[in-house]
Ligand binder design. Sequence first.
Ligand SMILES: *Cc1c(COP(=O)(O)O)cnc(C)c1O
Length: 379
Amino acid sequence: MTEGFETLAIHAGQEPDPYTGAVVPPIYAVSTYKQDGVGGLRAGYEYSRSANPTRTALEEAVAAVEGGARGLAFASGLAAEDTLLRTVCRPSDHVLIPNDAYGGTYRLFSKVNRPWDLHYDPVALGDLDAVAAAMTPKTRIVWVETPTNPLLGIADIAALAELAHDNGALLVVDNTFASPYLQQPLALGADVVVHSTTKYVGGHSDVVGGALVTADAELGERLAFHQNAMGAVAGPFDAWLTLRGLKTLAVRMERHCDNAERVADLLLAHPRVSSVLYPGLPDHPGHETAAKQMRRFGGMVSFRVAGGEAEAVEICNRTKLFTLGESLGGVESLIEHPGRMTHASAAGSPLEVPADLVRLSVGIESVDDLLADLSRALG
Ligand SMILES: *Cc1c(COP(=O)(O)O)cnc(C)c1O
């Protein structure tokens, strides 16, 4: 990339409006566009499912910050994933997914696409031999999350890209937890990056959205065809909010990381905490790989509670500043019990999470207030 990350986040795809000079892309709340004679499109716009200028600005900016050839914006992260799967997979194909994949992603494979004869196997992506062994001639995608949700597992993107490509499969990386500021999967050999822009990219818990970025323009074109044909696009208001969030991603992520490191240290020293899951800790099994492929270690911290499930639930109920809620990546700190909340649908499946687990999305409030809130809740 020629320009720096922050410059691209603020300027890529966001030239001042040619009509008024507005320095921020306007919200083009419009469905259709006047044609100058039949087929005479101004700037290529015809109908807002196919393209809308506010969405185009977001798509170009997201592609730029991921260092990709093409970016596409969707109504949600899952809409982006669904469009990707239906573009590249065919009945009888096989996909490898993380054995602690995001619950909604798992549900797309286990419930939505399984009836269409798309096969999947959960695998521990940190174990390259296990991944190689699980590969079949029908494997079309190796689906990677790193760090994973909610266990903060780390997978080696470059090594998995090589494995996938040797087997004729695509490497897809869900980069939601790291954000493009901390990790750039395409530069490490991935073919497609997936985002729930609802999380760090949007960053303010005020909009739901998703994005795909491809390394290759031809695959980008096929996805764009399906984006229009299937129609799960980001609306102009949502695209505008997401773009506004993206501009400050770098400074927000630095503070998320600062605060998460302090929170991890507090938890590590606390007698009621049996283990802390944070890739920034030197004894985390993925620490070295994370240090190699991430700028810093992110704002998500999970921990297990010595007193078991009941006490984990109690802690979630006792914090005040850490708001009890699902989702993550916003400026405000959140706390949740994955077993009963975000990952309840994984109960009884190979992706079931420990009952004594608590997940934190560490926000960018004053860190001393966050530490005091957690200390109080832990007792
Ligand atoms: C939230 C999330 C998704 C799904 O995104 P939505 O915007 O909620 O549809 C996918 N992957 C990860 C890692 C997530 O956290």
